[in-house]
Write a new protein. Structure first.
Length: 143
């Protein structure tokens, strides 16, 4: 049995400041706001997926990194795969707002199977996010 395709996912993660998380996910990334239990958790609409930021400062830590194609990529990260236009719009908006990137926007595997645009950033609690886009979306799982 395989999992159904294109279903929304749910991800819960720790943060050490709920208001900083709200500003980052809503104001910087453009997420919609969902339910919340003040002082405990906030749900965000992350491109149709449900992110739940839980106030658990003791669980926040910086992700370890692994060398991938010359970059130090956080081994623990999550994000979205956007279409080419929306990825560039988000990258430009974050650059204009002087967002600090962990790995600046760039294109990898140019001219190869799986050519993709990518960038990494940290939320205020140190959770690593990757946003990527495939030049040819059908090559998402290309080898």
């Amino acid at each position: 049995m395989s999992l159904p395709q294109r279903q929304a996912f749910h991800l819960a993660f720790p943060v050490d400041d709920l208001e900083a998380a709200r500003r980052f996910y809503c104001d910087h990334l453009g997420c919609g706001l969902g339910r919340e239990d003040p002082g405990k958790w906030i749900d965000f609409d992350f491109g149709g997926h449900q992110l739940s930021a839980h106030f658990k400062p003791e669980e926040c830590r910086r992700a370890l990194r692994n060398s991938v194609d010359g970059d130090q990529v956080p081994t623990r990260h999550f994000g979205l795969i956007l279409d080419w236009t929306h990825w560039h719009e988000l990258a430009e908006r974050l650059q204009r707002s002087q967002q600090d990137f962990l790995i600046a926007p760039k294109t990898r595997f140019v001219g190869q199977a799986g050519e993709q645009a990518t960038f990494f950033l940290l939320d205020p609690a140190g959770n690593a996010l990757e946003f990527k886009s495939f030049k040819n979306p059908s090559q998402l799982f290309a080898t």
